[in-house]
Design a binder for this molecule. Sequence first.
Ligand SMILES: Cc1cc2nc3c(=O)[nH]c(=O)nc-3n(C[C@H](O)[C@H](O)[C@H](O)COP(=O)(O)OP(=O)(O)OC[C@H]3O[C@@H](n4cnc5c(N)ncnc54)[C@H](O)[C@@H]3O)c2cc1C
Length: 611
Amino acid sequence: MNTPTYHRFDTIIVGSGGAGLMAALHSGKEVGTAVVSKLYPMRSHTGAAAGGIAAALSNIEDDSWENHAYDTIKGGDFVVDQTPVEILCREAVECIYDLEHMGLPFDRTPDGRISQRRFGGHTRPVPGDSSKREPVMRSCHAADRTGHMILQTLYQQCIKQGVTFFDEYHMLDLIMVEGECRGIVAIEIATGRLHVFHAKSVMLATGGFGRMFKVTSNAFALTGDGPAIAYRHGIPVEDMEFYQFHPTGIYRLGVLLTEGCRGDGGIMFNGKGERFMETYAPNMKELASRDVCSRSIYEEVRAGRGVSGKDFVYLDIRPSTINKYKSSPIHRDGLEVDDHFIESRLSESLELSRTYLGIDPLKEPMPIQPTAHYAMGGTPTDFETRVLRNASGEIVPGLYAAGESACVSVHGANRLGTNSLVDLVVFGRRAGKAMARFAKENDFKPIPKDAAAPTKKQIESVLSKPRTEPWIRIRDELQTVMMDECGVYRTAEGLGNASKTVAKLKKRYESTGIQDKGTVFNTGLLEYLELGCLIDLAAATVASAESRKESRGAHSREDFPDRDDVKHFNHTFATKEGDLGVKIDTRAVDVIYVEKDGQKVPKYPLEVRKY
Ligand SMILES: Cc1cc2nc3c(=O)[nH]c(=O)nc-3n(C[C@H](O)[C@H](O)[C@H](O)COP(=O)(O)OP(=O)(O)OC[C@H]3O[C@@H](n4cnc5c(N)ncnc54)[C@H](O)[C@@H]3O)c2cc1C
């Protein structure tokens, strides 16, 4: 292999999704900034986000950031850090107006303000009766292409700001010296050349890892590279047991039909034509939180009430159905839903159904099943986005993280829809500013001459090994065992089985090489290395799920069906030990206290989570 090419920037951001671009924009205003991304920015998964971005603007209905904070904490089943949640919900409003001023083409109300719609779990007290709550319109949207528009807007602004982009460069290692992060090593996909990026601060914004599961809404590139590479350097991953399954994936394919379908009045039916969410969430029905809806679908299927006895149910967005149940918010204004209304607000979902299912949702209901969607866990950070070295909260100087790959812990055990995009922009902005500050206050510190040597060795070892079996088979088996044993429902036995299987798969993975031994555009090599990341994160996920002996949010243990606030009101930190060993620590949840009648009481008291 050739000598690596050397680059130097004040800040390096790995990942060009919403989190990476927002950070790059704010860092790029102050110091020399580069974005390194294995995909072209416009292909980042943020571009697939359809439903919208949450902020309590009160444009259509009265709302407040406090309502948003309460919903987010309850949605996360209370293992949510409350200081960052308040930051999220307060700064959300400002960030939306920032995006608007940058040119993001939000949909509008008739009087020209940013339009908003309903999403699961977003509520406000019922006017006149604050003991009850009702759905509220909080999701700002640009048709059902909100994420795409966020990427377009931020990318343009980054270019204007002079941010340097290294597109189709794949990070393979962090340069860690004396416990500090001083850069990264990446491979240029087109040529196979290695590049060393020396930096004062590095940010991981590499997105999620839904590819760990068989049925997923996530793009192929979502393999958790950032958290996995940090994990190998002894940096923990937090709350990995909390993985969200979205209720409305296209049957068998997992491709996502946005929750906006239900926000605009879509209804789910079982095989007997019953609106089953009336049983599981009598108040919020289809707009209960995602974990609740996904479990309800599983329960229906288990009880033999799937469509034609199979493992799917229907999502119905036909105007005739929506009008019959008066389930759209526009019914309150005395209006009716028609084809045009659905076409204009949900065009992307219509197109997905027509393309992948051959079903026109204006005429027929769509078969759906839960699909692996979102990682609540990831690399732990404080609310300045600085990465934590351990459960005691020490930081790793020079290393930052935000977006889906990070866990600042605003989503707890279950994220609410539209709360990821807002997490990207709020904490992406904070990361950019914090990194720029750090870069101004610190000089470049030396890195070893041969910083790329471990990466070079890793690649040479893969290329020189004989191929004993196709690595794709190992990936398939990993995805299957994770879906079956560490999916919507979990048991000690299933997790034990998953743990043994992952260990065996790791051995097989390490002993096989790959077919393509070339250096140019060797996508087989990169996918093989991505699989290594998935295996390490799967081991951490299973160990975290085994350690949490309760059911909370997206983590449902059949052998421990109740929430246990005495033993488990905390975060899980998983650290790598040896080859596949995982050490589990816990960290207390950040709770805000207020004075009431001369006493200190929690501002957001624990309650039973019902919708
Ligand atoms: C289909 C779908 C619909 C969704 N809809 C919504 C919604 O309506 N509202 C909402 O709030 N959330 C939604 N979400 C969730 C949300 O879109 C994601 O959580 C969010 O976009 C993640 O953004 P990110 O910036 O963290 O990472 P991503 O946008 O996933 O970007 C990751 C970046 O990291 C780069 N990268 C990864 N590994 C490497 C590596 N080794 N080297 C270099 N670069 C690397 C990639 O190239 C990419 O640029 C949706 C998710 C999906 C899958």
